[in-house]
Ligand binder design. Structure first.
Ligand code: ADP
Length: 264
């Protein structure tokens, strides 16, 4: 299969649909983007690829429930008896006209994400209360957020008023052919190994919802392929990188290992 990115400066990204065109149009039209999809399916890689492709600085923030607005916007720091203002990643991205990517945005509290609102609608401004500044985002600035709908609970879902400020893309695991191309490109494994690993993932993904909280991700397959390329026994590699990452339950692990043993 043809690789998407021959340019070594741009992180490899195997497109799965029309996501590159949607991203480019959203960016050109100054619209923020929301990406939803399971863990390890290529969301972060996609943003890194697009930032490099558009030649924009990228600031990534992994959100969690202790994240504060100051972590995003900035704070005064004390050093050498002086107080110095230090921009947070959101402010830096706005000043430089880059991309600010908030991963797992639903993990952040509402009083933190409220700073995103005036940036996400057509005002495109960032008020910095502590310095009295009001930054207007340059045309090239883009806000991108992602979340995994599988992790969501009712309390944590995004408010409709927030969601409706974003252009939204749904990501899922790639088709078998594309996933094989990703494994070969990422790990340098053979076509045969890639085909077998993707076969295992397909079989394990059908078990999702019954025994497993999360489906086997492309990321885990890349790990397995990488260990095997170094000469590790395929069954040992699949246990360590796929099976033990998916479950703590020894019985479920045994059941998953049966799929592995039937393949290698
Ligand atoms: P997410 O952000 O969705 O949790 P990542 O973007 O970090 O997932 O993807 C995990 C890994 O899987 C990447 O580092 C890369 O090796 C591989 N990967 C997944 N999807 C793709 C893709 N479409 N193109 C290239 N690599 C991919």
């Amino acid at each position: 299969m043809k690789l998407e990115t021959p340019n070594p400066e741009i992180p490899f990204y195997q497109a799965c649909d029309d996501e590159i065109a949607v991203f480019e149009h959203a960016w050109k039209n100054r619209l923020p983007l929301l990406i939803k999809g399971p863990t390890g399916c290529g969301k972060t890689r996609f943003i890194a690829h697009m930032a490099a492709r558009l030649n924009l600085p990228l600031y990534t923030v992994a959100c969690h429930d202790d994240l504060t607005a100051a972590d995003l916007v900035g704070r005064h720091l004390i050093g050498d008896g002086q107080t110095v203002w230090c921009d947070g990643p959101l402010t830096r991205a706005v000043r430089e006209g880059g991309i600010c990517y908030l991963d797992e945005v639903v993990e952040a509290r509402k009083d933190t994400t409220v700073v995103l609102h005036p940036l996400a609608d057509d005002r495109r401004i960032l008020p910095i209360d502590r310095t009295g500044e009001l930054l207007e985002a340059p045309a090239s600035f883009m806000l991108v957020v992602s979340y995994n709908p599988g992790y969501q609970n009712l309390l944590k879902g995004m408010k409709p008023s927030t969601r409706q400020r974003f252009v939204s893309l749904r990501f899922d695991f790639p088709t078998p052919e594309r996933e094989q191309a990703i494994l070969i490109s990422e790990s340098g494994c053979s076509e045969d190994v890639a085909r077998r690993l993707v076969g295992i993932a397909q079989a394990l993904r059908t078990l999702k919802d019954q025994d497993l909280e999360e489906a086997a991700s492309t990321r885990l397959l890349v790990y397995a392929a990488t260990l095997m390329r170094e000469g590790m026994d395929p069954v040992v590699a699949c246990r360590a990188s796929i099976v033990e990452s998916l479950t703590d339950d020894p019985e479920v692990a045994d059941a998953l290992m049966e799929v592995v043993s039937a393949t290698f």
